[in-house]
Design a protein around this ligand. Structure first.
Ligand code: IMP
Length: 195
């Protein structure tokens, strides 16, 4: 089965490939497929944004007709003490990229006793026959007091998953890809694709 991932995020692409290719699926990025689209992520929820990305790319890729499904992930981190921020604005939190996003969340959380936070992943699937599905999962943990580790991407250096004393950037990819918000969505995706 050939799947087109509606993303240009290298960190996400690595995780999708690692999980889905070992399950026997072939993953193509937008660059691989020669699809260039700009999707404005203006939805109020992760699911709305994921579905919008998948639909836009599916409409664009339909002309080629070579993919069995288009999948899109919209994800982010929500801190309880910040009222769920940055949430759907995670990618644009500082407007200056991952390092500045991490600095900003550590700064905003500096005086907060309640460190609880969770990642959310919404995964939208547009099948070639027009069926659509959205899967949403979360990964609970806390915001660290400082940035630690060098693995993963995005907010991994400031997120300590429940049950661990290290950040998700300090976990091996094998471990993160079994337990993360995205990993849980991908396990369900594999199940649906094999149905
Ligand atoms: P999106 O590409 O619009 O979905 O934005 C996702 C945002 O959440 C980006 O800032 C990512 O870095 C961040 N993010 C999503 N998933 C993860 C993860 O697994 N680890 C770290 N950051 C993540």
């Amino acid at each position: 089965m050939k799947l087109l991932l509606a993303s240009n995020n290298g960190g996400k692409l690595r995780e999708f490939r690692s999980v889905l290719e070992s399950a026997g699926f072939r993953i193509y990025s937008l660059a691989d497929a020669g699809v260039a689209v700009e999707v404005v992520e203006d939805g109020a929820t992760f699911s709305e944004n994921a579905l919008k990305k998948a639909r836009t790319v599916a409409a664009e890729a339909a002309a080629g007709g070579e993919f069995d499904a288009v999948i899109a992930d919209d994800s982010g981190i929500c801190a309880d003490a910040l009222g769920g921020a940055p949430g759907v604005f995670s990618a644009r939190y500082s407007e200056r990229g991952d390092d500045a996003n991490n600095e900003k969340i550590l700064r905003e959380m500096r005086d907060k006793a309640d460190r609880r936070a969770h990642f959310v992943c919404a995964l939208a699937i547009c099948f070639r026959d027009g069926r659509e599905e959205v899967i949403e999962e979360r990964w609970d943990g806390e915001i660290a007091n400082q940035s630690m580790g060098s693995g993963g991407f995005g907010y991994d250096r400031v997120f300590v998953p429940e049950g661990f004393e290290v950040t998700s950037a300090q976990l091996s990819p094998e471990v993160k890809n079994k337990i993360s918000h995205r990993a849980k969505c991908l396990q369900q995706l594999i199940f649906r694709l094999r149905e």
